[in-house]
Write a protein that binds this ligand. Structure first.
Ligand code: COA
Length: 378
């Protein structure tokens, strides 16, 4: 096998069919079940998008009401899980604690070996309902505060703010957050979704697949980039410093977080919508710090595009938007999980609907076959 036959990083390799979403690099666009993601983000609430991703069609009013009731009925994590979470080391990253907590949900599910699609759907809604509470409880516990129970009268995004802060902010802020949930929900065969499909293909079960996907998303080259972006903005420090910082970073061949994409080469259709949401956050917050981050972001973006022709990805506006909403930086990737659980589980269901164990080949480059020498000759 020659190097040209090997697709390093599986770049450009099509491994299966999917009806969940379509990434179109030629037009930098993305559709979920045929709908443009930016239209869903601005015209629908996240619950409608979640329903669409799982069911293939947008819900009618009655279907949405039933779906919302189903999600709310699944809210509430066990006392046992909360006790385990209290024992998590305080310095552990929230993605690591979330990975463990989701794995624990699997231990609590007594029907774990059942792979029927109906049960997968129920489990998917259950994970979607419970993950926000895990993220919020972990945030409060690590800050020495008691977790806040979910409220059945609040929507998905409002309820998350309530569980984190004990209050729901202005509707405009909730809408910015809700937009980010829709934009992050699904993105075809990215690393974490592919991880989920690989694990699902061995019939290991949905909790294994989601736990593995969380591990994959945690990395800074994937989901962890939204956190890395905010660390970068803090390191840059001031808007005045932004251009010089970027030029120096490029000269020293640093990877600039929040820029570039394996599939999109000239922009990402999710970015304008998230950038609008970020700008709205800046206007609502109205502080000098918020305006400074906005100016800094614009300068970094312009400099990167001018110097390298590399465009921002969704993490670039999402990181500072979450920061301005009041979330701690290490929560940004767990927040991404709250959304991406919909895409992951839709793919797990699709994989198991017509399963074939995923098992690629490798090109061996080690020593030729040889005899085991006796101990004295080694
Ligand atoms: N900062 C600086 N240079 C970058 C870059 C970035 N964020 N992204 C790509 N490049 C450069 C590469 O170094 C490479 O330069 P070279 O040809 O001189 O070696 C060139 O652009 C081509 O990039 P390539 O390595 O083919 O991109 P990839 O498809 O392997 O990587 C990412 C895609 C996402 C892993 C990469 O862009 C990256 O690490 N981005 C930062 C992390 C991030 O934001 N991740 C979130 C993705 S949604």
């Amino acid at each position: 096998m020659t190097d040209t036959q090997i697709k390093y990083g599986l770049a450009g390799v099509v491994t299966d069919d999917t009806a969940v979403s379509k990434v179109m690099p030629e037009s930098n666009s993305l559709t979920y079940r045929g709908y443009a993601v930016q239209d869903l983000a601005t015209q629908c609430r996240f619950e409608e998008t979640a329903y669409l991703i799982w069911n293939g069609e947008l819900p009618t009013n009655d279907q949405l009401d039933a779906f919302i009731a189903k999600e709310r009925s699944q809210r509430g994590i066990s006392k046992d899980l909360l006790e385990v979470m209290r024992k998590f080391p305080k310095g552990a990253h929230p993605m690591a604690t979330l990975r463990t907590a989701v794995s624990f949900l699997g231990l609590e599910d007594t029907e774990i070996e059942d792979h029927a699609t109906d049960n997968l759907y129920d489990r998917s809604v259950s994970l979607y309902a419970k993950i926000p509470e895990i993220v919020a409880a972990d945030f409060r516990l690590r800050n020495g505060k008691e977790p806040i129970a979910p409220r059945d009268d609040l929507g998905f995004s409002e309820n998350f703010f309530h569980m984190c802060f004990g209050e729901v902010p202005a509707p405009e802020i909730v809408k910015c957050f809700d937009i980010s949930m829709t934009l992050y929900a699904e993105h075809s065969f990215n690393a974490s979704t592919f991880t989920a499909r690989v694990i699902a293909s061995s019939l290991s079960g949905v909790y294994s697949a989601v736990t593995g996907a969380i591990g994959s998303l945690k990395g800074p080259l994937h989901g962890g980039a939204n956190e890395a972006v905010m660390h970068m903005l803090k390191e840059v420090g001031t808007a005045e410093n932004a251009k010089a910082w970027m030029l120096d970073a490029l000269a020293t061949k640093k990877k600039i977080m929040g820029f570039g994409h394996r599939v999109y080469r000239s922009g990402d259709s999710r970015v304008p919508t998230m950038t609008d949401a970020y700008q709205k956050m800046v206007d609502i917050i109205g502080t000098d710090e918020a305006k400074m981050y906005w100016d800094m972001s614009r300068i970094l973006d312009e400099t990167m595009v001018a110097e390298k022709g590399i465009y921002p990805n969704l993490d670039f506006p999402a990181g500072p938007a979450y920061y301005l909403m009041g979330f701690e930086i290490p929560m940004f990737t767990p927040i991404f999980v709250m959304s991406r659980i919909t895409g992951w589980t839709a793919h797990i269901m699709e994989q198991l609907g017509d399963n074939k164990l995923i098992r690629p080949l490798s090109n061996y480059t080690g020593p030729a076959q040889r005899d085991v020498p006796p101990m004295g000759d080694r």
